[in-house]
Design a protein around this ligand. Sequence first.
Ligand SMILES: Cc1cc2nc3c(=O)[nH]c(=O)nc-3n(C[C@H](O)[C@H](O)[C@H](O)COP(=O)(O)OP(=O)(O)OC[C@H]3O[C@@H](n4cnc5c(N)ncnc54)[C@H](O)[C@@H]3O)c2cc1C
Length: 410
Amino acid sequence: MTERVDLAVVGAGAAGLMAALWARRTHPARSVLLLDGARSLGAKILVSGGGRCNVTHHAVDETAFAGSTPKAIRKVLRRFGVPETVAFFRELGVELKQEETGKLFPAGDRARTVLDALLRGARGAGVEIRHPWRVEAVRRAGASFTLRSGPGGEIEAGRVVLATGGRSLPRSGSDGGGYALARALGHTLTPRIVPALVPLTLPRGHFLCALSGLSAPATLEVRTAAGRRGARFTGAVLCTHFGLSGPAVLDVSRYFIHARLDDPQASLVANWLPETTEEQADEALRTTTAARYAGGRLPERLARALVAAAGVDWGTPAHRLSRESRRALARTLTALPLPVTGDRGFTVAEVTAGGVPLRELDLDTMESRPCPGLALCGEICDVDGRIGGFNFQWAWSSGYVAGIGAANAP
Ligand SMILES: Cc1cc2nc3c(=O)[nH]c(=O)nc-3n(C[C@H](O)[C@H](O)[C@H](O)COP(=O)(O)OP(=O)(O)OC[C@H]3O[C@@H](n4cnc5c(N)ncnc54)[C@H](O)[C@@H]3O)c2cc1C
C-alpha cells in the first residue's frame, strides 16, 4: 500500500528544514515528511561561511537582493526578519554573534551547531526526515500528490513544499533537478539561470593573477559597451591564480554575467582607489612620484604591478612624467578595465540567479498559483542576495512562510 503523509517537503536544506519544522509546530496533528536525495544532510550549511555559517546579517532588506521585484521579496522577508531569526536560533540553543561587518555567525563559529540545531528542532517537532530519497517525479493525483523515487517507491502527500535549492554546489545535491519538478507542476523558470556570488576568471598570465593571495579594497563597476554605468560594489578584491574573487567580485558577478549576456562587449572596471576619481589621481600625480602616490595607498606588490601595467617607471619623478603617462597611470589606478574571460561556474558559485518567479506564488503562503497545494521556498525561487548572510535569511523567511502556509491550509 502506498504510504500517505499530510505534507511532504522535498529538500532538507535551510529552507526545507525551516518549512518542515514550522509546519509541524503550527499543526502538530499533521504528519510532515522531509525528503532529501543526499546521503548526508546539510552539506551546504556545513561549508557555508567558510565552515562558520553566516546565518544572517544585522540589516536585511529587499535592496540586498535581486531577481524578483523588491516589493515581492520584502513581503516575504517581513514575515520572518532578523529579530525572529535570532530569537529562533536562540530558542534552538544557538546564540548568534554580530561581527563588525554586520554579519551574524553562531557564537562558537561552527556551522555544525546550526545544522544540528535545525535537525534537532525539526525532529523534536515531530518531522520525519528520510534520506537518501531523491524525488524523481511529483505528479498531481486528484486532490493530492504522488512523489516517486527510484529505489524508494511512491509516497502520497496531501500537500508538497519544493525546497530543492538551485544549481550551485551540485555535489551537495542541489543540482537543479528541482526545476524540472516545478515545471512539470505548471511553473515557468526565468529565461536565465546563471551562477551568482561566483569568482571571475582573467586571461592566463594576466598581471593580477601573478598577485595570487593579495587582497585590496576596490570599487568594481559594470559598464555597457556604450559606457553606461551599471551595478557597482566596493569591497575587498582577492587576486587568485585564475582571476578574481573576494566580496566585491562575488557581489558584482551576477550583474556582470547578465550584462555580458545582454551585450558581449560589456566590461568590468576596477577603481583601486575607491574614494578617488581619475581626475583627482591625475592632479595628485603632478606633484609626487608614482611610487609615493600608488605605494602610499595600496599594498606595494599591487602598486608596483599597476604602475608597470600603466607603462610607467616606478621611480620616475613627477616632473619627468609625461602628460600621457600620468593620465595612463591615473586611469589604471582608478578605472582599470578587467578583461574577464568568464566565471567559475555552478560548482563554485555560492548561489543561483534565476529560478521560479515570485509572481507565480501567493506570497502570504508561498503557495503555487498554477498548482494549488504545492508551495516553493528557498533558492529554487528567483531571488538571490548579496554576500553576508542574506541568502540564508531568504531561506529562513521563505521556508517559514511556506511551512506555516502549508500547515494552515484547510
Ligand atoms: C560554499 C557556499 C557557502 C555559502 N555561504 C553562505 C553563508 O555563509 N551565508 C548565506 O547566507 N548563504 C551562504 N550560501 C548560500 C546558501 O547556502 C544557500 O542560499 C542556501 O543554502 C539555500 O537553501 P535552500 O534550502 O533553498 O537550498 P539548498 O541548501 O541547496 O538545499 C536543497 C536541498 O534539496 C535537496 N534536493 C535537491 N533536489 C532534490 C530532489 N529531487 N529530491 C530530494 N532532495 C533534493 C538537496 O540535496 C539539498 O539538500 C553559501 C553557499 C555555498 C555554496
